[in-house]
Design a binder for this molecule. Structure first.
Ligand code: AGP
Length: 540
């Protein structure tokens, strides 16, 4: 079993073939057992009997030959009952079960079997036998580490009465929000240090906020959409210039270094290879600068504080959403989004609104709006589950869907399109509504449904007139908007309550998730395990 890519496998393969080794597959993985066999044969020729120590020694001799990223487990026919595991730049966890050890690349795979885990650090190897675990670092020295306990695994193996984990996880979002409010947004202003007089209590050291002039956020996929909403909030609420990057692009073309910059990594799994590599690169180039203003300041937002991310950053914001099994992120999206609401409020409070004009009263109103969120989500999820189920069949032959949004809801349009692509395999695009006339409007006709997010606020009228333009091209219009006279424009309305525009993404994302879910479920697709996708993308 191997996760990752052995980049120099062709060279190794040719080397072994030149020695007469015959390969049974074209995979990069096969070079690993072949190299191990060669090492073991050498030891055997030297008269050594099969033992765990021998297998470990062979593994330690092979690892320096492997370039790339890997996490793998090895069994040896001569030594049943022993297993060696190794990792480099790919995650590997050992689960300690009842009378058994388990190995996995991510925690959801272990949930249901055990809550006790031992995550391997980069470069470590371990020998697992009925006697226990022997752990060694990259230098071959024995390491002692206490296993940790997983949180939030209680219901994970149980879909309850839901047809899919994704649907269950969508329905868990009101609870995610309620927990967040209880933890971070208590009813009364905070009385005790270090949060005295503040609205929001976050599990972060005060140094996170001090002297920050810029923020850069690194993320992939859905987490990047969260980051885009986060950047909007940090700029508009706290007045801090914030840039969002695809981690996969940032790692090869980072912008010039700026001083006093907080770098935030957003990754629900904490194991996304591109995000971790971008983070490592950023850390390294900042450490190389003597001026302390350029020193790395790293904050991770994740659902898995025990992940590789948790071990790399200075401070971690655990979103505490509980394990998410569905490959398509839903409740972790909401959890990460809420983390940014907390962060933006916390910065804004410390800057007294700064240049944005959001004074204490407006911040208090936003906090009150967030406290109302769990109940609003409860109503919305139940209502839209029914509505979207009835819409599923309308998309039986659909090949393309356009999602439109503007301002703070533009990332939600992107997220709607990504969710639909991931689980229904329907081509979808998320677009800023005002950009349609610059090209994509040419795609529209009666066969292309348009989902338009239109909530009262700075761009409401603009979005409605963009939707009108789509309707003039015969597109079927689905509106995610409040029930009001303007909404008569839409062929179908997925109504959302009127809230402060800044809070609206927390609600408008719900119909996006449920629409995608019901379209995919209606098509009979494997919603929880869509083709070609993994919950943690641990390779580049
Ligand atoms: C989400 O539905 C996707 N499966 C995917 O885009 C995901 O968000 C991306 O791979 C990043 O994952 P992460 O949050 O674990 O880093």
């Amino acid at each position: 079993m191997q996760n990752g890519i052995i980049e120099n496998y062709r060279t190794l393969r040719e080397e072994l073939q030149a020695e007469g080794v015959v390969f049974r597959s074209d995979t990069d993985t096969e070079v690993i057992p072949r190299l191990l066999s060669r090492e073991l044969a050498r030891f055997h020729a030297g008269g050594s009997a099969p033992s765990g120590g021998l297998l470990l020694q062979a593994l330690q001799a092979v690892l320096p030959r492997l370039h790339g990223a890997y996490a793998f487990a090895v069994v040896w026919a001569e030594l049943p009952g022993a297993l060696v595991v190794a990792r480099k730049a790919a995650p590997l966890l050992i689960g300690l079960g009842e009378g058994e050890f388990l190995c996995a690349s991510d925690t959801p795979a272990l949930a249901g079997f055990t809550r006790t885990i031992l995550p391997l650090e980069d470069g470590e190897v371990a020998l697992l036998t009925p006697l226990g675990i022997e752990l060694y670092d990259a230098a071959g020295d024995r390491v002692q580490r206490t296993p940790s306990l997983l949180s939030g695994t209680e219901h994970v193996a149980d879909k309850r009465s839901f047809r899919h984990f994704m649907l269950k996880e969508i329905h868990e979002q009101p609870e995610t929000a309620a927990l967040w409010v209880a933890r971070h947004l208590p009813e009364a202003e905070l009385g005790a240090a270090p949060h005295a007089g503040l609205l929001v209590a976050l599990p972060l050291d005060e140094s996170v906020y001090e002297g920050v002039e810029r923020i850069q956020i690194l993320a992939c996929g859905t987490s990047r959409h969260v980051a885009q909403v986060g950047a909007y909030l940090l700029e508009q609420l706290a007045g801090i210039p914030t840039s969002v990057f695809y981690a996969s692009e940032f790692r090869y073309a980072p912008p010039p270094l700026s001083p006093n910059t907080l770098t935030i990594e957003v990754t629900q799994s904490g194991e996304t290879a591109d995000t971790l590599a971008a983070l490592a690169m950023e850390q390294e180039r900042r450490r190389a600068v003597a001026d302390p203003a350029y020193a790395p300041r790293l904050l991770g937002i994740t659902n898995r504080p025990e992940s590789s991310l948790g071990r790399l950053v200075d401070q971690i914001f655990d979103i505490g959403a509980g394990i998410e099994v569905g490959v398509a992120a839903t409740k972790t999206f909401l959890g990460q989004l809420l983390a940014f609401y907390g962060l933006a409020l916390a910065f804004a409070e410390r800057r007294a609104g700064g240049a944005t004009g959001h004074g204490p009263e407006q911040l208090r109103q936003l906090a009150a709006g967030l406290r109302a969120l769990p109940q609003q989500l409860r109503d919305l999820v139940d209502d839209h589950d029914r509505r979207c189920e009835q819409l599923g069949h309308l998309f039986a032959d659909t090949q393309d869907v356009m999602f439109l949004g503007r301002g703070i809801n533009y990332p939600i349009a992107l997220e709607g399109a990504l969710k639909l692509k991931e689980i229904s395999y329907i081509h979808a695009e998320g677009y800023p509504a005002g950009e349609m006339k610059h090209g994509p409007i040419a795609l529209l006709d009666a066969r292309v449904p348009v989902v338009s997010i239109a909530v009262p606020g700075t761009v409401f009228d603009k979005v409605l007139s963009n939707a009108q333009e789509a309707k003039a091209r015969d597109a079927q219009l689905i509106g995610v908007a409040p029930e009001c006279a303007d909404a008569e424009l839409f062929d179908t309305l997925l109504p959302v309550p009127v809230v402060d525009e800044l809070l609206s993404p927390l609600l408008t994302v719900i119909p996006m998730q449920l629409l995608s879910y019901h379209i995919a479920a209606h098509r009979g697709l494997d919603v929880d395990q869509p083709r070609n996708l993994a919950k943690s993308v641990t390779v580049e």
